[in-house]
Design a protein around this ligand. Sequence first.
Ligand code: ZN
Length: 451
Amino acid sequence: MNQPGQKTLHFASALIGQEWRNDVAIEVGEGGLISAILSEVKLPPSATSPLVAIPGMINVHSHAFQRAFAGLSEYVTAERDSFWTWRSLMFDFLMRVEAEEFYQVARQVYTEMLAAGYTSVGEFHYVHLDTQGKVYSRIDELAAAMIQAAEDVGLGICLLPTLYQRGGFKNEPLVAGQRRFFLNLDEYIKLVERCRSLAAERKNCRVGVALHSLRAVDPIIGNQALTALISSDPKMPIHIHVAEQVPEVEACLETHGKRPVEYLFEQYPVNESWCLIHATHLADHELRAIVDSRAVVGLCPSTEANLGDGIFRARDFLNAGGRIGIGTDSNVCIDPREELRLIETVQRLQYRERAVLATVQHSVGRRLIDETAMGGAAALGLNAGELAVGKRCDMTVIDPQHPSLDGAVGDRLLDRFVFCNHGNSPIAGTVVGGNFRRTRDCFDSSHSHGM
Ligand SMILES: [Zn+2]
C-alpha cells in the first residue's frame, strides 16, 4: 500500500544501475525521487505493462528558438556556404521573433523532446533583448518564457542564461544581427539571480550559467561573472561553446597563440561542473586536459553534421575515460536515437571499421546510453543519470513490442533502439520526477499552440 504522495511504476524490465532486472516495481517518494526498487515482483493485473525503463535521456544543449528556423537554410548564399553563412541567416531570422513567439516555439520543441524520450533539456539561452536591442521591462522576459514552457510541457530544464558580449577574440563589437544578446555584467548577474528564484519555486528546474564562447566573452569578465555567482551555488553547471569551427581555432591561435581548449584551460578553472559544447577540434594534449578535468563534452551530432563542423574524436576521448552528453543544439533533429547513432556512424566512416565505440563488456548502443545518461546528468547538475534509490525518478520508457525492436531484450534491445530505425519511434513515454507521460498524449494539449 502506498503512502500518500507515493506511487509505484511497474515495468517488464528496467536497467537498474548497471544491471537489467525483470518484473520491476519502482516506488516514487517525496520530491519525485526513487524511494525503493523491487524486482521479480508479481505485478498486479492492472499493471501488467510490457514496457521497459531506462534512465531518462538528457538533452544537454538546445537553443529552443532555432526550432522555428530548422530546415530553412538549405540553399546557396555564398561561394562557399558554411557555419558562418548559416549564422547570418539565423541572425536575420531571429530579428523577426517576438517575445510571445519564444514561448510558443519553446513549448512546441519541448513537447517534441518529451515525446522523443528526453526527460530534461539544457537550454543555452543567449537572447535577452527585444528586436531593437533594448532590455525588456522584465530582464528575464525571455528566460522566464523558457522555464514556463518546460514546466507547462512537463520536461525537466536546466536553464543556462548566457553571457554574450563581443564579436570576436580581438574584442570586436557585436554586429547588428547580434543586438539581442548583450548584457553588461551587472545585468547578467541580475538575470541569473532572477532565474534562480523562478527555479526555486518549481519542480524539475535548475539554473546554471553559460559563457557563449571564448570569442564572445573576455575571460576577465567571464571569470568575474563566475566568481560572483558560484558562492551561492558551488555546483552550478557552467557551459561554453568551444572549438566548434576551424576558423575559430585559427582566430584563437592568431590572437592568443593558443588553441581554444588550451586557452580555455589557461583562463578558467575548468572542472567537473563544466560542459564543453562541441569540443570538435582537439589536439592530443587538449583531449587529455578535458578528460583529466572531468568536464563533460556536449556533443550535438545532428547539428554538427548539418553545419559541417568536423568530427569529434569520440573513440579517443571515450577510451581515455572522457565523459559525454548529447544535445539537440539547432533543433534540426529531435530524436536521441539519431544523435547516438550518428556518434558511432561518423566514427565508422572515418576509421572504416564497425562497432568502434563498443567495449568488451558493452555493445555500442548500451555504452552510448550509459555514457550519455551519466554524462548528461553531470552536465546539467541533475540528481539523475541512473535508476537507483535516492535519484530523481526520470526514465525513458520503451515499448519492446514495437516492430523495430521486435521483442529484443537487454542490451540487444538498446542496440536495436539506436541502430534500427524504421520510421516511428518505439518510445512509449517518459517519466520526469515520477510523472509518467505517454508519448501519444504529449501533443494533446500543445498542438493548438503551434508555431
Ligand atoms: Zn549551440
